[in-house]
Design a protein. Structure first.
Length: 477
């Protein structure tokens, strides 16, 4: 007998609690191999292809494209074993939630040790990397009438859908709560039961392997004569103000929602201040041209952003107070030895901050190469969560938008951010005479808890001196 295994949305790292289904990569009835990507999801950090830790036939998919699922919510079910090649008919598509459940997948004959299917080698939180799964007690459903045998009767209605189930008793009136784990996956189902005083252990689930669905809890509430709790989306809609004609509401979710939360937290926690200075960048542009000419036509070109990043790492070596963060709970300033430079990049998905690791140990050429790689990955949405976290200082080139200055919000929990405006020809006093020079504005936004104005001004002045006279950097070589 084939065993139906359920694959839930794993913890994709960095404390993420939800992800949006972007694109299904498999269909119901399709055979999948161990570690084969089955769905593409968008987290608050990046686009991720999720591999399935089981090999077999897909019997159900949960969640439509564009729908958000919580970590731990079911993604799909896979029939594993010798009979997996002949799954029961499962009609429908992901747009309605679960696409189907294999006939006979009631778990009655399923092996308690997880079956004989192949195990995964992928590192997913909550799933092994090849070790045998721990033995666990399987909850078996109460037999249903013959007329309902073989029907596809389970859909995870805890995510906004209702299950099609036979009319069977779902609450044992005088039965004692059964020992062992409660067969519930959805936290929404648990909350609904808790709010209405329903003891989950007294219910017989109508889902696969006795899984308790939201419809089971709602029927139990109705049988007890208690009004079922209104669906959360409806309650939220009732409490929300009526939309005016032509009003468009855009949900703050995914990447945009996380950016909003992070910026709000930065404003709440960080007492920031900004100082700025106009600088003559003519010599820096000339130095860049000389470097690229010396490398030859086939050598990789050094970008202006790479030179600015190199200047920032040199300035942070002189003023380490700004390569820090504040531990608010311990009331301590934490200074960091390694410099990981983040740089703001605007993409179709919104603003992201890729991170150049160990920027202090890189040359201008190495910085340019890594900045180019991360920029390309940001544009095509292939950045990993690890490439979007852990920065200790941010470089923001808002000059690409054609503006001169800005007072940006610090990228929490960092202590400082350097902003660079557009470089434009302006009249400038150079060597005692009026001349047309390439001028830009530099601004430093800093956490006033980690330093005072003297340190911030010294940092900014050193950066400005290196921009105006790149030879200043040679003192530290």
């Amino acid at each position: 007998m084939a065993e139906v295994k359920e694959f839930t949305l794993p913890d994709l790292g960095e404390g993420l609690t939800e992800a949006e289904v972007v694109r299904w990569l498999v269909e119901v009835g399709e055979v999948v191999a161990v570690d084969q990507p089955v769905v593409e999801v968008e987290t608050a950090k990046a686009m991720v292809e999720v591999p399935c830790p089981y090999g077999g036939v897909v019997t159900a998919r949960y969640g439509a494209e564009g729908e958000e699922l919580a970590v731990g919510a079911p993604l799909l079910t896979v029939a594993v074993g010798a009979d997996a090649s002949a799954p029961a008919a499962a009609e429908g598509s992901g747009s309605g939630g679960a696409d189907g459940v294999a006939a006979g997948a009631d778990g009655a004959d399923a092996a308690e040790d997880g079956g004989a299917g192949e195990t995964s080698g992928a590192v997913l939180v909550g799933y092994g990397t090849g070790a045998p799964p721990a033995r666990r007690r399987r909850v078996r459903p109460t037999p249903v009438p013959a007329a309902a045998a073989g029907q596809v009767n389970g859909v995870a209605s805890g995510y906004g859908r209702h299950a099609v189930t036979p009319e069977v008793p779902v609450r044992a009136e005088a039965a004692e709560p059964a020992p062992g784990p409660v067969p519930v996956i959805s936290p929404l189902v648990r909350r609904l039961a808790r709010q209405n005083g329903v003891e989950l252990r007294t219910l017989t689930g109508s889902g696969p392997d006795g899984l308790i669905l939201r419809a089971d809890v709602e029927r139990a509430i109705g049988a007890a004569g208690a009004p079922a709790a209104a669906a959360e989306p409806s309650a939220a809609a009732a409490s929300a103000p009526a939309a005016d004609a032509g009003e468009v509401r855009i949900p703050l979710r995914g990447l945009r929602g996380v950016v909003a939360d992070k910026m709000s937290r930065s404003r709440r926690e960080i007492p920031e201040a900004t100082c700025w200075v106009d600088v003559d960048a003519t010599e820096l542009l000339a130095a860049r041209r000389a470097m690229n000419a010396a490398g030859g036509p086939d050598a990789p070109k050094i970008s202006l952003l790479a030179l600015l990043a190199r200047i920032c790492t040199a300035a942070l070596a002189r003023y380490p107070e700004l390569n820090a963060r504040v531990d608010t709970e311990a009331r301590e300033i934490v200074r960091l030895e390694r410099v990981h430079v983040g740089f703001a990049a605007q993409t179709d998905r919104g603003l992201v901050v890729p991170v150049v690791r160990d920027a202090h140990a890189r040359s201008a050429e190495s910085l340019s190469e890594e900045l180019g790689r991360l920029t390309g990955a940001a544009r095509d949405g292939s950045l990993t969560p690890g490439e979007l976290t852990g920065s200790t200082f941010t470089l923001n080139n808002y000059g690409v938008f054609g503006v001169d200055g800005s007072t940006p919000i610090i990228n929490h929990p960092e202590a400082a951010m350097l902003g660079v405006g557009r470089i434009v020809p302006k009249p400038w006093v150079y060597e005692g005479e009026l001349a047309v020079r390439q001028v830009t504005q530099l601004s430093l936004t800093f956490d006033h808890r980690v330093c005072d104005g003297g340190v911030a001004g010294g940092f900014l002045r050193y950066v400005a001196d290196c921009v105006e006279q790149p030879a200043v950097l040679l003192r530290g070589v």
